[in-house]
Design a protein around this ligand. Sequence first.
Ligand SMILES: [Zn+2]
Ligand SMILES: [Zn+2]
Length: 354
Amino acid sequence: MSSNNTVPRVTRAALTREVGIKTELTSDYPVKQVADLEPGECIIKIECTGVCHSDLHFMAGEWAIKPRLPSAGGHEGVGRILAIGAHTLNSPVNIGDRVGIKYVIDSCMHCEMCRRGHEQNCPSRKIAGAHVDGTFAEYTVAFVNHLIPIPDGFSSAEAAPILCAGVTVYNALTKLDTPPGSWIVIPGAGGGLGHLGIQYAVVKGLRVLAIDSGEGKRELCLSLGAEKYIDFAESKDIIADVKATCGELGAHAALITTASNTAYVQAGWYLRPHGTVLCVVICETGHQIYWVHDRVCSPSLRGCWRTLTVRFLHSQLAGKYDATSQSGRLARLIGVVLEDMSNGKLVGRVVLRY
Ligand SMILES: [Zn+2]
Ligand SMILES: [Zn+2]
């Protein structure tokens, strides 16, 4: 099945050909043709894509999941369905629908993890941009059962960052039962997840202390509702500085949105007794957090759950947030975006258009 929009034989794409934080723009990457689609597969013409720090980890080969090479990364894409594989049964989406592609692009839907809504733990799951090509290709293959319908009234650029960054911090904060008026510390607050975390935390009535570095991030964090900003490059004692703001007992919660062991260790020292660490971003060597200082620890890894994403997008809340700080064409991915992201200089989220 296909629409009048024909599927081209080749596509523009930003490809990773070897391990390392670099991509190469090409205009002749082969596109799977409609007749070759398996049941359940479809072809999406991507309109725009967010760039996530996980893309960097995949490119650098830093995670246990190694990307297929060459591959197109990206897992925050919004586009339209051009074709659906023949013999696809009970598709929840149709040709022409505007949909989102997220981190878990497919799973078996039948195993215990899938039945419990934990598709990210499905042994057969596929990760966009690692196991299969993701949203850094203009025409890409996706799987009908895991596409997220994008509600009207949402621009594609607004919706894209919600599909990974937004739903990840939203998921973590929905698990936090700290009462309104409590202090939450957000290390990495000026980045893609952190700047959304500030906004969601403020809606929950929490008081936000943002930690990051640089004037651009300071301005963004304070403009989004953080009451206090600590520049970790200037602070001589982060623990003392947090307690000077949140009281001698310390902060009530920490939402860790940076892949830094130091951020986890510091949280153990500046949280008050029974404080909560929301482990949103964990680097490969970060697991010692589970043993720090008797603090309560609530792991909430990557909010890629289908139902949660759909619920959030339809909650009337998502569109209220400023989810993007920068935009540009796909070519910006090469050089500027990847370099700034790996140097920790990227402010907010970047969304790239085709
Ligand atoms: Zn991501
Ligand atoms: Zn499964």
